[in-house]
Design a binder for this molecule. Structure first.
Ligand SMILES: [Zn+2]
Length: 494
């Protein structure tokens, strides 16, 4: 296939086949004669018999040299706009005559992007596959219900909290919206830093360049506005990048940040006004002797000191090298863009400040489901009787340990006289002075602080998790059963 591509390129260079121009502007003229995808080749040329004859020769040569065969039964010639005599042209080349719009790789090909009806199929596909809302519903149901059918279960925690990161007190499940955005940022990054590639040339030809790193902003709704959506995120990319100056070819002297923390035009606005090379790159204002800046008038006496200061600032920066200017992604130590750090940046975890020690739930060496249950208890999301009543169950809330008080999470897990015995047993075992806090979240916070009295670091993290989860059974009845066994066990141990 590479051979075919090469022959088509040569034919285009020699003007035997003319492709189509992406941009009407001559200077940006990217001209495409063909595109290849897997075993398919799409060739673009004018509706002229001469060009088709050349194409035919290329195909015959290609078959002869490569031993591959073109499947003419599956090959089509598609007239674009008005082509008065398509049949004689098709006879030169062979293959069938097709009609636009058609479908290629599941996408509409050759239809006007503004005609609404052609997008119906795409919209349907998106609805089926992509819409984040629907995906979230599926994920939500899976989290609380698993794969099982049966009885509808309570969704104990708000989705916003579930998708917040663990440090903020969430469950750290990926936020699809932010994840998608961080993947889109990657395309901006590739446009800025990749070497020559066809997709890049096409995008730049279509939308024009703004500075050395990106395209102009997109206002017109071309196609599905895909690039517009991506380009809108450029400020985010730019504000988290710095330029590492190499040869200075891609760095604007006044407008980019390359010496100090702000652009030079902000550091020295008075000198910027006097300068005549406002849009110059570093390379353009630098020669072997040093800086080559031109000003529109001679300096006044009182300006000399300021100018010296300006040149001193410039001297701090090292000399230009022969390497390319690089865009450094500030959020990674090695400066390389990573989707993971972009995700962190875009993540809009809701802040849950009640507890600073969420981390200890997840860092301790306890089984994951115990950690999850500890998290639920700390967040007060367990289905104790009072919570069931809030959700409309008709109950008379009475703690089933002591049968004298209301069954709340804090009572059941901390203050009930039955539970209290269990806590005391473990606390004595560890030799800690301990006053039971009011609620489950505080237990974790205090344990982090006061549990420090003993040397055993890992054990410190394990105990509250184990106590709160007590065996990792999630139903109220099971927890109570487990607690009862533990209490009788602790009595026996005494
Ligand atoms: Zn009780």
């Amino acid at each position: 296939m590479g051979g075919l591509s090469y022959m088509l390129k040569i034919a285009q260079v020699n003007n035997r086949i003319r492709g189509f121009k992406v941009s009407e502007e001559e200077s940006l003229g990217v001209s495409i004669s063909h595109l290849q995808y897997a075993d398919d080749t799409l060739v673009f040329c004018d509706a002229e018999s001469e060009q088709l004859k050349h194409l035919r020769v290329i195909f015959i040569l290609f078959e002869a040299i490569s031993g591959l065969h073109i499947n003419w039964g599956k090959s089509f010639i598609y007239p674009v706009n008005e082509v008065p005599e398509i049949s004689p042209l098709a006879n030169i080349l062979g293959g069938n005559i097709g009609e636009l719009p058609t479908t290629y790789l599941g996408m509409p090909l050759g239809a006007k992007s503004k005609s609404l009806s052609i997008w119906n199929s795409v919209v349907e596909k998106c609805e089926k596959k992509l819409i984040i809302q629907r995906l979230n519903t599926i994920r939500r149901n899976f989290l609380w219900q698993g794969n099982g059918e049966g009885e509808k279960k309570f969704h104990l925690v708000k989705w916003d909290v579930v998708i917040s990161n663990k440090k903020e007190g969430g469950l750290g499940i990926k936020n699809l919206k932010s994840h998608n955005k961080s993947l889109l940022l990657k395309w901006l990054r590739r446009l800025a830093t990749d070497d020559q590639s066809l997709w890049k040339d096409i995008i730049i030809a279509r939308y024009g360049k703004e500075g050395p790193w990106t395209t102009k902003e997109v206002y017109t709704p071309y196609g599905v506005g895909l690039w517009r959506t991506i380009r809108n995120k450029w400020p985010r990319m730019w504000s988290n990048s710095v330029i590492n100056v190499g040869n200075g070819r891609k760095t604007l002297f006044w407008n980019d940040i390359w010496v100090g923390q702000t652009p030079l035009r902000q550091q020295f606005p008075d000198i910027y006004i006097l300068n005549q090379q406002k849009m110059a790159t570093i390379l353009e204002v630098r020669n072997e002797q040093g800086w080559n800046l031109t000003f529109r008038r001679f300096l006044n006496d009182w300006e000399v000191e300021r100018m010296t200061q300006f040149y001193n600032t410039l001297e701090q920066d090292k000399n230009l090298t022969c390497e390319k200017d690089k865009l450094i992604w500030k959020l990674e130590k090695d400066g390389k863009f990573k989707v993971k750090s972009a995700y962190k940046l875009l993540d809009i975890s809701i802040e849950i400040k009640e507890l600073r020690s969420w981390k200890m739930i997840w860092k301790g060496k306890i089984p994951h489901k115990v950690a999850c249950f500890t998290w639920l208890v700390a967040r007060q999301y367990v289905l104790t009787q009072d919570n069931l009543m809030k959700r409309g169950r008709d109950l008379c809330s009475r703690c089933s340990f002591c049968e004298s008080e209301t069954e709340t999470i804090n009572h059941l897990f901390l203050h009930c006289k039955v539970t209290e015995k269990l806590w005391k047993y473990f606390i004595n075992l560890r030799g800690i002075t301990w006053t039971m806090p009011r609620n489950t979240a505080e237990v974790l916070a205090c344990w982090n602080r006061d549990g420090n009295q003993t040397g055993h670091k890992e054990g410190r993290k394990i105990v509250p998790g184990s106590l709160l989860a007590s065996g990792g059974q999630y139903g109220g009845r099971e927890i109570r059963d487990v607690l009862r066994t533990r209490v009788s066990l602790s009595k026996a141990l005494k």
